[in-house]
Design a protein around this ligand. Structure first.
Ligand code: GUN
Ligand code: ZN
Length: 445
């Protein structure tokens, strides 16, 4: 049994600020103490109140001039696309054909996939992200490569093999049956293997036949004891939506294509949802499914402005998390992603304050994944995935921060000026696997 203590200023969330307001949602300890035992948070409170539980010989790591928060959760990201971040000049459908499909074909080679998975997880952890919902490629070995590396870090990850049996180059297609068989086998191997979780991953409706979507739905239905996750893309781009209408004339809207196949329910994560209509929001709410907001990607591909406050309408609130959507997204950092989310909210004539923003990157992501009792906040019983943010790398940001009047202003400056360089340390299941200032910053647990 190992017990350790982390002391410093801590923020966390106990509720959804979109629904109950910022004040009631946030937990803030100016001088907090977190007690971690065997990977989980055993106690959390103000240092003065709970310091009595510290044994005389205990180790305490005290982070000064920092903000300690739950590890970030990236609700939508493609690890195989990190070699093509910043590919110039196309909107979604041409971008897929010109850059994405050729890049993903490299993952037929397991050793290539191993190398990219290693790079990806280091970058993610270095950005303070401890959980992500990850698209692999159509190749089963890309899934093994990813989960093998995630198991080495002991990160809680949700991932799956991409299903695509049409409308892409021949050499990148599976079949409805092989996709079902491979997904079932991979889920048997990886779902709840340690902290790993399996996600059935139809790429998007245009790349999946009716039969493939049906079989994906069947796989979800078969697995009831430990339900699988489901992720796909929804309402990202207007040309994509028009194409879906053509391909599925019998469906009343884009979401309905997935709904008919049994793919809309709890643990269904829909990337983007930029152009969702009221009917779709209503069904997402009713069925308990969620949307992942991917602002850097939506801006990069010119896809449009996701209306987070409409999605969160208190009459039928939809679960919403925050995603980088690399490699259409342009940053591994959830701070940079929030910076972009703020600008999107301004263009929508709404106000995404720092509390709403940090909620989206932490507990909001956990709620999207139905893991809010496991990760995404700092509270007793939670898995100890923790990120320590500071301005230590940057004299200018430190100086700017000196003019902040309160916590909200400091968090807002962090998300507007900050990025992965503001991540001092990342804890995964209670182990400090990344420390920016250590001789060897990254260490497997
Ligand atoms: N829609 C289908 N595939 C993709 C993808 O790889 N990235 C994005 N952003 N949208 C998609
Ligand atoms: Zn995506």
């Amino acid at each position: 049994m190992t017990v350790q203590f982390i002391r410093g200023e801590v923020i966390s969330f106990k509720d959804d600020p979109f629904l109950c307001g910022s004040e009631s949602a946030i937990v803030h300890e100016e001088d907090g103490l977190i007690c971690i035992e065997d990977g989980k948070i055993k106690a959390f409170g103000s240092y003065s109140e709970i310091k009595g539980m510290i044994p005389a010989d205990a180790s305490i790591t005290h982070y000064k001039d920092s903000i300690i928060c739950p590890g970030f959760i990236d609700g939508h990201v493609h690890y195989p696309q990190i070699q093509m971040i910043g590919a110039f000049g196309e909107h979604l459908l041409d971008w897929l054909n010109k850059y994405t499909f050729p890049t993903e074909s490299n993952f037929a080679d397991k050793s290539y996939a191993d190398d990219v998975a290693k790079r990806f997880l280091k970058k993610l952890i270095g950005a303070g992200t401890t959980t992500a919902a990850v698209y692999c490629t159509v190749h089963p070995q890309s899934v093994d490569a990813f989960f093998e590396e995630s198991s080495r870090w002991n990160t809680r990850m949700v991932a799956g093999k991409v299903l695509m049996d049409r409308n892409a180059p021949e050499w990148l297609l599976d079949t409805a049956q092989s996709a079902y068989d491979d997904s079932k086998r991979l889920a048997g191997k990886w779902h709840h293997a340690g902290r790993q979780l399996y996600c059935v991953t139809p790429r998007f409706a245009p790349s999946c036949s009716d039969e493939q979507l049906e079989l994906a739905g069947q796989l979800l239905k078969e697995q009831t004891d430990q339900p699988l996750f489901m992720q796909t893309h929804l309402d990202e781009n207007v040309d994509e939506i028009a194409w879906v209408k053509q391909l599925f004339p019998g469906s009343k809207n884009y979401l309905d294509v997935y709904d008919k196949a049994g793919l809309v329910g709890p643990r269904s994560i829909f990337g983007h949802g930029v152009h969702c209509d009221e009917d779709e929001f209503h069904v997402l709410h009713e069925k308990g499914a969620g949307i992942c907001h991917c602002p850097t990607s939506n801006n990069f591909l010119g896809s449009g402005l996701f209306k987070a406050f409409v999605a969160k309408d208190e009459k039928r609130p939809v679960r919403v998390g925050l995603g980088t959507d690399l490699g259409a997204g342009t940053s591994f950092s959830q701070l940079s992603t929030l910076n972009e989310a703020y600008k999107v909210s301004e263009l929508n004539n709404t106000k995404l304050d720092a509390v709403h923003a940090f909620y989206l990157a932490t507990r909001g992501g956990a709620e999207l994944l139905y893991l809010e009792d496991t990760i995404g906040s700092i509270a007793p019983g939670m898995e100890a995935d923790i990120t320590v943010l500071d301005c230590g790398h940057d004299e200018f940001t430190q100086w700017r921060m000196g003019y902040a009047n309160d916590l909200n202003e400091r968090l807002f400056i962090l998300m507007c000026l900050g990025n992965e360089r503001n991540v001092k340390s990342t804890y995964v299941y209670g182990r400090c696997v990344y420390d920016r200032d250590r001789a060897e910053p990254f260490q497997y647990p």
